[in-house]
Structures are given as C-alpha cells and as structure tokens.
Write a protein of this length. Structure first.
Length: 305
RNA sequence: GGUGGGGUUCCCGAGUGGUCAAAGGGAUCAGACUGUAAAUCUGACGGCUCAGCCUUCGGAGGUUCAAAUCCUCCCCCCACCA
C-alpha cells in the first residue's frame, strides 16, 4: 500500500504554510483536499495558495475546475488517486492537505459505492422536499429504510434525500451499504497530521484573515465572478465569503454586517472541522509551529516497514 | 436644578403580582455527518448531590400567603427643559 502524508485541521490555522514547508523538506508534492480551492477564479476567498507558493511546491487538485461545475467526494478520491500515482511514479512524496473532512475520508477509506449520484432523482426529491417538507420525506424513508430513518433527523432534508435516492436507484437501503462499508478498509498508509491551536487564538486569526481578504479585494473578486456570468446560487458561490459578498451585491445586507457575519460563519466552520477531525482515528495532533517534529515523524514513517 | 424614559440571565431584548430560571434573537459550547460537505442537521446554554433544591431581574428596605413585576429611599444611564 502506498504511503502518503495527510495534513488536516480547521480553516485559517496555517495548513498551507505547514504543508509547503514539509513538502520542500521531504521532496513532496501537495494534493489539495479542499472543496472550494478546486475552483478557478476563486482565489482570495478560498485562501488559495498563491503563485509564489505554488512555484515552490507543485500543487495538484487546486485551481482547476470551473466554478459552474459540480464536484463531489467520489470524483475527488478518483482524481486524488491519479495524482498520487503520478507523484509516486516521479519518486516524490504525496502530501494531501486540506480541511474538507469528507474528501479526506473518501480518499483514505473510499466510499460505499462507485456509481455517481443520480441527479434527476435528486432534483425530483428536492422538489418534493420543498413542497412537502422534511418530515414527509422522512416518513417515506422510514418505510423503505427504517435504520437510516432512525439515524437521520426529520429536518435534515439533505440526508433524507440522499438516503431515498440511494434506495430508489439501487434498491438497497443506504444504511445497509453504510454498515457493510464502514470505512473499514484503508486505501493508503497515511501519516495523518492534525493541526490545532487555542480556540481563541484561532478565532482571532480568522477575524484578522477576513479583514485581510477584504483588503485584498474579496468583494471585487466576487463582483468579477458575477460579471463573468457565475450565478450567485451556484454551489461554489454559496460558499463562505462568496455568499456574503453576494448579499452585499444584492443589497440584502450592508458591508459591515456582512463582514461580521462572514467572520462568524468562518469561526463556526472551523469549529465544525474540529468536531469532525477530533473523532477521526489515527491523527497525530500538533501545533503549526511543530514543523521539526513533523519532519521527524514523516522520516520515521517513511523508513518504517 | 426641573420633567419624562430607563436599568432583566454573556449581549440585545420581552416580561407589570403566582402558570418565571424568566419569551425571542444573538454570541458561545457540544454533537451528527459514507458521492452537493465552506454544505446539511441536532442539542445545551444560572448553579447543584438535578422529576428536586439553591442563587438571580441596579442597591437597600417594605407590602403580600406569593414580587422581575406594587410602595419607599438611594445609585447609575438617556432624552428634553433650564
């Protein structure tokens, strides 16, 4: 099984710099694991590694997709697999870096099926959801997949729809697939490094970073995207930062309020990431300053059988 | 100096005698998460030896079986008048 390094942690903690340092020290190349940095033209708001950073270390799966395109964890894992193959062939070390927990999990353990989602079914179910509400669909789910219904809250329309979609298109309850799969089989040997720091310090950093993004022209970036024809309702345009600028553009909110809500939403996101990564198994936790320790750990990891 | 309005749990803010540890919102914390995940969703939120008890609604007294709610005095804030 191939060995890879994975770096995860909440937004704004300094993963980019940490990963670049590590990659340079260890002949590595970086594979992004970020659901928004994949998009082209979205640079400031996603805190994408800039040109000079990308000149130092080769980056994969960053800045390659049109913002109007959908993407998902399955595609991510597939493309990351290819990137890893290429990097290993070139005798370099793959350093997967990012904050999208599901993408990392999908890469490291795979997902329960290899077929893409059925968009038509999804759209239909979404319509029903809007018309009849979550509890209605939840009752349907209860009759075809009671186990899933028990796990999913009646208000979590997103998950109810997914569960129904799986049952409708495959005839197999999602709960059964999930149980069988169980993320039980690693696809790589990963040394996973998790970055953490004092929560208040991280929140301060996030607040400052948002101010910095605004100073760098986040608003103009979003305006440009809109002018290029990217609808504010796109998945990509509904992400943190972009939707907030959209509210200003649409005059739904004044700038000061939008910025403070943007900070708040970023903080909440970081918190959710902590919750996710905290329970992921096998993560070695360290602060972003512990680069020396990280290098030593990686060397150990690479020489071990 | 005078008149009017106001001080409520971390913040904003409702509450005018019991059904009030106190609506609602915000912030925060905790959690869920298997192909939209920067998304979607849930819970907690005065304290405790937790189906009960204790301490809270500017302060001190008082009325009452019972007060955040009524009365008295005091402190502070705001508006207007001088």
């Amino acid at each position: 099984m191939k060995k890879i390094i994975t770096i995860c942690g909440p937004t704004g903690i300094g993963k980019t710099a940490f990963a670049i340092f590590l990659a340079k020290a260890l002949h590595g190349e970086i594979i992004g694991a970020d659901s928004m940095q994949i998009y082209k033209y979205m640079d400031i708001g996603t805190a994408k590694p800039d040109a000079s950073e990308r000149a130092q270390v080769r980056h994969h799966l960053v800045d390659f997709l049109d913002p109007a395109q959908d993407f998902d964890a399955g595609q991510y894992a597939e493309m990351a697999d290819q990137a890893i193959d290429t990097i290993v062939e070139n005798e370099r070390l793959p350093v997967v870096t990012g904050g999208t927990g599901l993408y990392i999990r999908a890469l490291l353990y795979g997902l329960f099926r290899s077929r893409p989602v059925c968009r038509t079914t999804l759209t239909e179910l979404t319509k029903t959801l809007e018309k009849k509400g979550g509890p209605y669909l939840h009752r349907q789910l209860e009759s075809c997949d009671p186990a899933a219904a028990q796990r999913i809250h009646p208000h979590d329309g997103f998950r109810i729809i997914r569960a129904l979609e799986v049952f409708l298109t495959t005839g197999v309850p999602i709960s059964q697939k999930q149980t069988q799969h169980g993320f039980a089989h690693p696809r790589y040997r990963s040394l996973t490094l998790g970055l953490y720091m004092d929560r208040h310090d991280l929140y301060d950093r996030i607040n400052q970073r948002v101010d910095m993004m605004m100073a760098q022209g986040l608003f103009a970036e979003v305006q440009d995207l809109v002018e290029k024809g990217y609808d504010l309702n796109l998945k990509s345009m509904q992400s943190i930062g972009y939707r907030h600028m959209g509210w200003i553009i649409n005059r739904d909110m004044d700038l000061d309020t939008a910025v403070s809500v943007l900070k708040r939403d970023t903080r909440r996101y970081a918190k959710r990431q902590f919750t996710w990564f905290r329970k992921e198994p096998g993560i070695v936790w360290m602060t972003p300053e512990q680069t020396g320790r990280a290098v030593a750990l990686v060397k150990d990891f690479l020489t071990s059988p």
